[in-house]
Write a protein that binds this ligand. Structure first.
Ligand SMILES: [Fe+2]
Length: 299
């Protein structure tokens, strides 16, 4: 008999995958069916509510284009992106600890504003000139978990401006701004100028903004500079450094704050900066060292 009811439909859907040859995919889809059915059993949505959920997903997809990624926002704002990052970090930490290696720099969410292919700039370049915001000098060192310098590490950096807006939010014709790639020198050192990022809201004018408003939540993320570090022979690291005196460190809308990534931005009056540059306006300095996981240890 083909008739199924609420008691046996879940197992029937799972059994229908008997011929699935991809074991990992089968495992994932089995768990998805099990948990999705359990969710429906718990919530008991009306048919109108369920259509509402499908319309939400449809609207979320329609909001996406080559510059706007709305679909990452439910994942980020419901803590799922960070849960994925945290579980992978935990797995890596266990492997490293078994190998007797020190802990690496913590990862956090990539977020919706990564734009591949930003220009490569010389170490020390200023990517914040002419943008709203107070100048900030970023410097530090990239090593592996044993403290050996990682030379030629590509650091892809990006942030919003001093008013909380990313280049991608400034209209369809806006070009790249406040993003670049740097390479560490032979001793693993990096340095560049940008602005001190401010807190900003995740995009609130789409379906995810409406969802958060209905949940009674604010949209804000504390100020942060995004960083993606790539070096041959090392695991890629996607992380941020967070501004220590920023609002919302305790209630990041995407749950991405890690204590180890919160960095002091020291304020300075106009004068000579650590790299010899003379500034006629106040500026900030932020120092942070990164520790990458050698691929051999991650295996
Ligand atoms: Fe961001």
């Amino acid at each position: 008999m083909a008739q199924l009811d609420a008691g046996d439909i879940t197992q029937a859907v799972i059994d229908r995958m008997a011929d699935c040859a991809d074991e990992r995919f089968k495992t994932v889809m089995t768990a998805l069916v099990r948990h999705a059915h359990a969710f429906v059993r718990e919530v008991e949505p009306s048919e109108a509510e369920w259509i509402g959920a499908i319309e939400f997903l449809t609207a979320t997809g329609k909001q996406c284009d080559d510059k706007r990624q709305e679909f990452i926002l439910p994942s980020d704002t419901l803590g799922i992106s960070m849960l994925v990052v945290a579980l992978n970090q935990l797995k890596a930490a266990r492997a490293l600890s078994a190998a007797g290696a020190p802990t690496p720099t913590e990862a956090t969410v990539q977020g919706p504003f990564y734009w591949e292919g930003s220009p490569e700039r010389e170490l020390g370049a200023d990517i914040g000139a002419g943008m709203p915001g107070e100048p900030a000098y970023y410097s530090g060192r990239v090593t592996d978990t044993r403290g050996r310098p990682v030379a030629n590490c590509v650091m892809d950096v990006w942030s919003g401006d001093g008013e909380g807006f990313y280049d991608m939010q400034k209209g369809p014709d806006a070009g790249m701004a406040l993003r670049a790639q740097f390479r560490t020198d032979k001793d693993g050192n990096y340095r560049f100028w940008s602005i001190k990022p401010t807190f900003y809201p995740v995009p609130g004018d789409g379906p995810v903004g409406s969802m958060l408003a209905r949940m009674g939540r604010h949209l804000n993320r504390p100020g942060h500079m995004h960083m993606m570090l790539k070096a041959p022979g090392h695991e890629r690291l996607v992380t941020h450094i967070f501004v220590k005196d920023s609002p919302y460190l305790d209630s990041d809308a995407v749950f991405g704050v890690r204590n180890s990534l919160v960095v002091r931005f020291d304020a300075h009056p106009p004068g000579t900066a650590p790299d010899g540059r003379v500034l006629t306006t106040p500026y900030h300095t932020a120092e942070y060292d990164f520790r990458l996981v050698p691929e051999a240890l991650a295996a």
